[in-house]
Write a protein that binds this ligand. Structure first.
Ligand code: AP5
Length: 228
């Protein structure tokens, strides 16, 4: 059985974080969100946080070298023993090349969440996050609610600073220009599975789990012989 070595690719708001949490719970591998790591650094006002705060607020991409060092360090942590879920990395072809070198031929699956731009814009402009337990809410949909407090822990619901119309448009542009080519990078290696992420969360998870099960037992995408 293969380790769950997974990269999640999709536009902002496609549900990468939502599905990463579910995959992590089901398969017992860590979900590594580069966005969450950077937001924690901003909150802590660390040197890294001060470096990236304005870039994130504008919806631009943090530099490749910084991101590659950050992920290399995270993948060396003791909890990454039998797989990883990368949410938000690689976001450029340069980052994808660097990840190839880091994993040195280990089997990898690239899972693409396909969601139309109008739907992701709708989700992001109404997304709220519990400041306590981090539960995600989307207003006005069956998934989520209009509650001002978290229905799980009673925490305050907050809006991410980059979930405003101007920054959402910029993030979508960055995705089209810099991140969509990453799909081609993995397609050329036969490693891509695409899931329709525009459906309900449970339906998306069902397809995601089927794809991962296929990858683990070897009936899903496999790396070409030249990859190791
Ligand atoms: P990051 O945190 O990675 O943000 P993102 O890619 O814009 O993705 P989001 O977190 O906004 O969305 P998601 O796809 O995780 O969707 P979610 O599950 O939350 O990055 C932020 C910034 O950090 C970047 O802009 C950049 O500056 C920097 N950065 C990070 N990584 C970088 C890198 N590698 N290189 C350079 N810079 C980097 O869901 C969204 C909403 O929809 C939620 O409200 C959720 O409840 C809802 N929802 C989810 N699924 C469904 C569904 N099926 N139906 C209905 N609603 C749903």
């Amino acid at each position: 059985m293969r380790d769950v070595n997974l990269v999640l690719i999709g536009p902002p708001g496609s549900g990468k974080g939502t599905q990463a949490a579910r995959i992590s719970a089901r398969y017992g591998v860590p979900a590594i969100s580069t966005g969450d790591i950077l937001r924690a650094a901003v909150k802590a006002k660390s040197p890294l946080g001060r470096q990236v705060e304005a870039i994130m607020a504008a919806g631009d991409l943090v530099g490749d070298d910084l991101m590659i060092d950050l992920v290399r360090e995270r993948l060396a942590a003791p909890d990454v023993t039998s797989g990883f879920i990368l949410d938000g990395f690689p976001r450029t072809v340069v980052q994808a090349d660097a990840l190839d070198a880091m994993i040195d031929g280990c089997p990898l699956m690239a899972l693409v969440l396909a969601v139309p731009e109008a739907e992701v814009a709708r989700r992001l402009s109404s997304r709220r996050i519990c400041a306590g337990c981090k539960t995600l809410y989307t207003g006005g949909t069956a998934y989520g609610s209009e509650l001002e407090l978290c229905s799980r822990c009673g925490g305050v619901l907050i809006t991410r600073p980059d979930d405003n119309d101007v920054t959402i448009a910029r993030r979508l542009l960055q995705y089209r220009q810099a991140s969509e080519p990453v799909i081609g990078h993995y397609q050329a290696r036969g490693l891509v599975v695409t899931v329709d992420g525009s459906r309900g969360v449970d339906d998306v998870s069902a397809d995601v789990f089927t794809a991962i099960d296929g990858f683990r037992d070897g009936t899903g995408p496999v790396p070409p012989p030249s990859a190791g």
